[in-house]
Design a protein around this ligand. Structure first.
Ligand SMILES: NC(=O)c1ccc[n+]([C@@H]2O[C@H](COP(=O)([O-])OP(=O)(O)OC[C@H]3O[C@@H](n4cnc5c(N)ncnc54)[C@H](OP(=O)(O)O)[C@@H]3O)[C@@H](O)[C@H]2O)c1
Length: 434
C-alpha cells in the first residue's frame, strides 16, 4: 500500500484531548488505511498536549509524545500541522494560532469563538504565510457547510444564510414541544444526561450560535466577520405555552441564526423564531443542526446533520487534515482578506415580517382593549389574538400574531406598554420565518 502514497506521512500535533481531541485520535486510528488512501499519505499524530497528563481519556495515547509546553509545537520541524481543540476565544488557543500561522505552520481548529472574534486577523496571517487555516468543525460540527459555501456554492451570490446552529437549544426546544415540559425542567435533564454544559449560558443564550452565524455570514456574502453586530436572544424565556400556541397556529419554535445581505446592509440575528411546519427547519429535531443557504443560481441548499459530539466533529477535523495532506486549500474566508466587503449593519427596524407577541397581563376587563389600542397606535396590524383562561394568580396569557409590517412598529408597541400596570412581565417577541 505504501507505494500508492504520493507523500511522506503528514505529521500532526494535537492540542486539546477532550471530547473532540479524543474523537480525532479514535477516527485516525479506526480509518487509518482509508484516510491514507484518500489523503495520498498516512496522517500520523506525532505529539499531543493538554492540561492533565494523567487523565484517562479512554484512548491509547502511548504511541504519541506528550508535550507539556504547547508553545514549542509551532517551531518543531517534525510537525507539519497543528490541530487546536482547546476552545476559548482568547488565551492559549489564540496564542497557539498566532504562533503557528506566523511560523508558517498550517493550522486546523474547531474553535468558533476564536474565529468569530479573531478570524480576520488569523486569515490575514495565513494568507501572508501562504498556508492553510482550516475550520470545518467550527460550524455545525460534522456538516460540511464550510466546504459547501466556500467551494460548492462559491459561484453564487448568496442573499440569505440561516439555520439551527446549536444542538443543545434544539434538543431543549424539541423536548419541550414533544413532552409539554418547562424549559427549566428540560435543561436540568439535559445537563444530567451530558447534553448541556454545567454552565449552559453560551448555548442557551445564543452566543455559540452567534459565533457560528458570524462565520457563515462572512463566507456566504464575502463580507468581513462582524460578531459585534449580531443581535442575540436565547431561549431562556420561551415557555411551554409559547410552544403550544405556536403549534396551534401551525408553527414550531426553533432557535434560528439568520444572516441577510442587501443594499440596506448586513443583517445578523440569533433569535427563537416561529418556523412554519412546511419549512424543512421545522423538522430538524433533537440535537441535529441544519443550515440553509439561498444562492442566485443554485437555489435553496439545505444541509443537515450532527452539529456536535466527538464523532461528527472529528469527522470534520480530519477532513481538514486530509485537505492539508492534499495541499488543497485556499483563502480561509474564501477570498483574500482585502477583498472582503466592509458591510454596515442593516437597520433591523426596517425589516418587514410577521411577529408573535406574548404578554402576561392582569386578568381584568379592559386589558385586551388596552393592548389592542397600543398595537394599533404603534402601527401594528393584528392577524390573530388568543387569550387563555384565568390562572391562579389573576393573570392571563395573551398571544398575538401580527400581519407583515416593519419590525420597528413591534418594538414601539413594547415601548408604549412599558410602565403599564396591566402588563405583568416583559413580553416575549418572536419573529415568524417566511
Ligand atoms: N464538543 C463538541 O461537540 C464540539 C463541536 C464543535 C466544535 N467544538 C469545539 O472544539 C473545541 C474543543 O471542544 P471539546 O468539547 O473537545 O472541549 P473539552 O472536552 O473541554 O476539551 C478541551 C481540551 O483542551 C484542554 N485544555 C483546556 N485548557 C487548556 C490549556 N490552558 N492548556 C492546554 N490544554 C488545555 C483540556 O485539557 P485537559 O483534558 O487536560 O483538562 C481538554 O483536553 C472547542 O473550541 C469547541 O468549541 C466542540
Amino acid at each position: 500500500m505504501t507505494n500508492l502514497h504520493r507523500h511522506a506521512p503528514l505529521r500532526v500535533a494535537l492540542v486539546g484531548l477532550g471530547t473532540v481531541g479524543g474523537g480525532v485520535i479514535r477516527l485516525l486510528q479506526t480509518n487509518a488505511d482509508l484516510i491514507a488512501r484518500r489523503a495520498g499519505c498516512p496522517i500520523q499524530i506525532v505529539a499531543i498536549s493538554a492540561r492533565d497528563r494523567n487523565k484517562d481519556r479512554g484512548v491509547d495515547l502511548s504511541p504519541y509524545e506528550w508535550v507539556d509546553d504547547m508553545t514549542t509545537l509551532p517551531g518543531r520541524e517534525d510537525v507539519d500541522v497543528v490541530v487546536e481543540l482547546i476552545g476559548g476565544a482568547d488565551g492559549p488557543a489564540l496564542t497557539l494560532a498566532r504562533q503557528c500561522l506566523a511560523a508558517g505552520k498550517p493550522f486546523v481548529t474547531a474553535n468558533k469563538a476564536m474565529l468569530a472574534h479573531h478570524g480576520l486577523d488569523l486569515a490575514a496571517l495565513a494568507e501572508k504565510a501562504g498556508i492553510a487555516l482550516k475550520y470545518e468543525a467550527a460550524v455545525a460540527g460534522g456538516i460540511p457547510v464550510i466546504k459547501g459555501l466556500r467551494e460548492g456554492a462559491a459561484a453564487n451570490e448568496i442573499s440569505r444564510v440561516y439555520g439551527i446552529l446549536n444542538g443543545t437549544c434544539n434538543y431543549i426546544l424539541t423536548t419541550m414541544e414533544k413532552e409539554g415540559r418547562s424549559f427549566d425542567d428540560v435543561l436540568k435533564e439535559a445537563q444530567e444526561l451530558g447534553y448541556a454544559e454545567a454552565d449552559p449560558s453560551f448555548d442557551i443564550d445564543g452566543v455559540d450560535a452567534a459565533h457560528k452565524l458570524t462565520i457563515l455570514a462572512s463566507l456566504a456574502f464575502g463580507t468581513e466577520l462582524d460578531f459585534g453586530n449580531v443581535a442575540v436572544t436565547g431561549i431562556r424565556h420561551v415557555i411551554a405555552a409559547d410552544i403550544a400556541e405556536a403549534a396551534a397556529l401551525g408553527y414550531r419554535i426553533r432557535l434560528v441564526g439568520m444572516a441577510e445581505n442587501g443594499p440596506g446592509g448586513l443583517f445578523q440575528r440569533v433569535h427563537p423564531m416561529l418556523v412554519p411546519l412546511d419549512h424543512p427547519l421545522a423538522h430538524v429535531d433533537g440535537s441535529l443542526n441544519a443550515v440553509v443557504a439561498e444562492g442566485n443560481f443554485v437555489g435553496r441548499l439545505f444541509f443537515q446533520g450532527r452539529g456536535a459530539g466527538d464523532g461528527p466533529t472529528a469527522s470534520a477535523v480530519v477532513a481538514d487534515l486530509i485537505d492539508v495532506a492534499r495541499d488543497e486549500y485556499g483563502d480561509a474566508l474564501a477570498m483574500p482578506v482585502a477583498a472582503l466587503a466592509q458591510q454596515p449593519a442593516a437597520d433591523a427596524g426596517a425589516r418587514i415580517g410577521r411577529s408573535y407577541l406574548r404578554f402576561k397581563v392582569q386578568d381584568r376587563p379592559g386589558v385586551l382593549a388596552e393592548i389592542a389600542a397600543t398595537t394599533r397606535d404603534a402601527g401594528v396590524s393584528i392577524e390573530s389574538m388568543i387569550q387563555r383562561g384565568a390562572s391562579h394568580d389573576d393573570s392571563v396569557l395573551m398571544a398575538i400574531v401580527t400581519h407583515a409590517g416593519e419590525e420597528r412598529c413591534v418594538r414601539s408597541t413594547l415601548e408604549r406598554l412599558k410602565g403599564s400596570d396591566s402588563v405583568l412581565q416583559t413580553p416575549m417577541v418572536m419573529h415568524i420565518l417566511d
